[in-house]
Write a protein that binds this ligand. Sequence first.
Ligand code: TA6
Length: 289
Amino acid sequence: MAKQSPSCFPSSDVVFLDRGNGTSVLVHLHGATILSWKCHGQEVLFLSEKAVFDNKKAIRGGIPVVFPNFGPWDLGPQHGFARTKRWKLEVPPRKDSSGNVVAEFILEDNEATRAVWDFRFRLVYTVQVMDKTLTLNVTVNNVDSKDFDFTCLLHTYFRIPDISKTAVIGLQNTKYVDKVKDGEKATETREEIRIDENYDRVYMDTPSEIVVGKVADGSHSIIMQTFDFPDTVVWNPWADKAKGMSDFGDDEYINMVCVEAGCVTNRVQLNAGQKFECSQKLTFVPATQ
Ligand code: TA6
């Protein structure tokens, strides 16, 4: 069983947002990576059994935060440094009047980040756990005297019973870049995307609501709503690439799909002193009986 409970980690490394009734979120301060979202006892996120928690490597699974660059980067590691830096808990978990639990995490520039990307920034990441909804808000503050640009994304790994019975719904007629076919551009023709091989697609200018799951055998699904995340990445490594990933089990591709809300096609231009906000809202829809 993957490590998705607080007791698996040093208490100094994780923050537990417990709404009660089997609904909770576990955040690792390494990358402010959400490791678990349990909704009325059902784990919604995939975390690899072979994920590494050395506070160095990006955690394989959950919801890594990608900033200031999605994909290969001339200045540093792929997907930028946000997912491999230690974030600070700025506002500890607290319950609001509706019983929802909110916490806030921040990442600010330091000598190490400026050595790679010479800009002053402050990322504010708000996590809100409601009855059947998880809302994630990312605010990028340019606190420098210079303008900068970036791409960012929430690299969400959804746990699914079986990839062969899973669909991603809502991307019909959107254009995408197919990274498996050397960046070939195409248009999605299907209402229900069924994944049966290595998928690595950047869908552009996507609808603000997508459904993940909707499996044939009536398991749960997730409604993914996005705000100012114009792109959606769909990724499954499939068998061959899975074998090549040391922190991912050979057969784990069967139980996961990444559907990732991002600003990745066009770089976000942020002038000195400005801020940019983007968010995603994940709603759990229980299996139909
Ligand atoms: O989001 C899809 C992707 O860009 C794939 O190309 C694959 O590289 C995946 O991210 C995982 O990247 P990582 O650096 O975490 O191994």
